[in-house]
Structures are given as C-alpha cells and as structure tokens.
Write a protein that binds this ligand. Structure first.
Ligand SMILES: [Zn+2]
Length: 102
C-alpha cells in the first residue's frame, strides 16, 4: 500500500483528508484507518472493487467508527440494520449476496 493508493481509495469513499501513516507498511487485506469527508445525506459506501495495474481485483470494505446509528443495509445514518425499512421491501436482497459496485 502506498499513499497514492490510499488517497485513491479514500477519494472513492468521499474526500480524503489524512490517514495513519503506519498503515503504509501494510499489504492488501490489512486494515487501513483514514479520515475521509463524506456527505452524510447520501448512503455511506460499504465496499468498493478496485483493480490493480496488473489486473488483479480486490474488494475494499469500509467500516466506520464513532457513528452510532449507522445502518449497514442501506448506508444511512439514523437507524441500525435491525430497524431498516429495506427489510420490508419485496425486492430486499441480503447484503451478503448484493453485488459490489465498481
Ligand atoms: Zn437502513
């Protein structure tokens, strides 16, 4: 992982601000903690598929800290997944099998 890749990932999530620099020594799959500005009126992204220059695909998953009442089903703030209205829609798809956006 290098700073350019970290900034690329952070900017896919929102607007990259900074990150823990110790994370630059980590490899794919290791947690990376960064500060990113996001529009909380939009659903927060939970995953992103990234393709490396040699064609390998990796899925980057996002975990948010210090955000109580974040729904990991719809990505909105204000409720948790247990109470998400998406559960009551006929076309509800379990997030485990939902396709990862590119
Ligand atoms: Zn929800």
């Amino acid at each position: 992982m290098n700073l350019g890749v970290a900034m690329f990932i952070g900017n896919k999530l929102g607007k990259f601000h900074d990150m823990e620099m110790d994370a630059l020594r980590c490899s794919w799959g290791a947690p990376l903690r960064m500060r990113v500005g996001v529009d909380v009126n939009l659903p927060l992204k939970q995953a992103y598929k990234i393709r490396t220059t040699n064609g390998e695909e990796h899925i980057v998953t996002f975990t948010y800290v210090h955000l109580p009442n974040l729904c990991y089903l719809c990505g909105h703030l204000g409720h948790i997944a247990k109470y998400c209205e998406l559960r009551f829609h006929d076309d509800f798809v379990d997030p485990v099998v939902r396709p990862i956006p590119e």
